[in-house]
Design a protein. Structure first.
Lengths: 223, 223
């Protein structure tokens, strides 16, 4: 399980930054932020398995199954998901865990469409990437008991950020959106998405300066 | 996911019967009961995989991976677990889901000890079988907001039932307890366990007649 962790941790940072923008102390958001990252890690551990993506490497190191065997990787993924839910359930309200589990079901559904190769690309992205990005923000909103109407613009921002992340991912990997609209087309889509995300942030009644940096970072990342 | 369901459904029956003994309408317990069964199903789907127990058959039919392939079985198991949590989160209180997830982590830990073949048999049973049996009762207690002190004798009963189930399982399969203490020894342990379970029930201030039938059924089952 420990071997599965690493990378940019952009989802928990997003969760913590959302909390900060809403005036919360980081400690209040840590279980939710960690839970979102553990769900992300769970999905990578299982997606890397031989019968799925068959990836022997992850972040420049052996993937969990390549290092410890398939059986351990399956159980480690299962335990990462269960531990994520346990952390999300450390809040008084069940809404943090609900947020997380809905996103997890979306992601698994997305991966299922992916292996069947029948889904629309946009739908896949929304499910696989957008769902957990949205949950990173949504778990912060839930943990802080932000009222539903106030949540809406935050959620629109979160979906936009998920789209931005995926477009840039495709530019880096040369697939997905790049195959659909070409490299320049994808760059244009990413820039438009970044503009919409920044506009969404600017319209929020909160100090969103750290979130604005996250948008810039996502839009300009090259790896 | 649908292919993974079936069998005796003893855990959800136990959950519903616990609720009935406590005076609840079945509908109140149905999400919790289904959640416990989905966790059980999740564990079977993943345990059957080639890298774990490599079982091609389950309940006289092809196991999920044998029928639909490993990738689908991994994702179906993941989704069964996530859907179980979603159902457990349909209650106002997060305690049903907490109960379920703690048991799930125990089960996964038990399976991990099993594949490493380093654990004590008793510890394994407690984790793998006892945890979810206990949760079948515990989820009913949590769903009905039964106060903690009132829960204790119920939980002792649930652990006893888990032990009973496992001893009889070993008698049927000729392994586990049978290898430790012989067939007659295991039968004696099962009978003693059934007596303790019935005594536990008799001491409860509730109509436990259906639960008493479940104990008899578990003690005398031959398949």
């Amino acid at each position: 399980m420990r071997h599965a962790l690493g990378g940019k941790r952009v989802r928990p940072v997003l969760c913590l930054a959302t909390g900060e923008a809403l005036g919360a102390a980081p400690a209040e958001l840590l279980p939710a932020a960690a839970a979102v990252e553990l769900v992300h890690s769970f999905s990578l551990v299982h997606d890397d398995l031989p019968s799925l993506d068959n990836d022997r490497e992850r972040r420049g190191a052996p993937s969990v199954w390549a290092q410890y065997g398939e059986a351990t990787a399956i159980l480690a993924g299962d335990a990462l998901l269960a531990e994520a839910v346990r952390l999300a359930l450390s809040y008084r309200t069940p809404s943090v865990a609900r947020e997380l589990v809905d996103a997890t079901l979306g992601m698994i559904g997305g991966q299922w469409l992916d292996i069947r190769d029948e889904g629309q690309r946009e739908e896949l992205h929304r499910l696989k990437t957008g769902a957990l990005f949205s949950a990173a923000v949504g778990c912060a909103l839930a943990a802080l008991d932000v009222p539903e109407p106030t949540q809406r613009p935050w959620r629109a921002f979160a979906l936009e950020l998920g789209l931005l992340f995926q477009i840039v991912d495709d530019i880096i990997d040369g697939d997905g959106f790049v195959l659909d609209v070409g490299a320049d087309g994808a760059r244009g889509l990413a820039d438009d998405s970044a503009v919409r995300a920044q506009q969404g942030l600017a319209a929020l009644d909160a100090d969103t300066s750290v979130l604005a940096e996250i948008v810039d970072g996502l839009a300009s990342r090259i790896a």
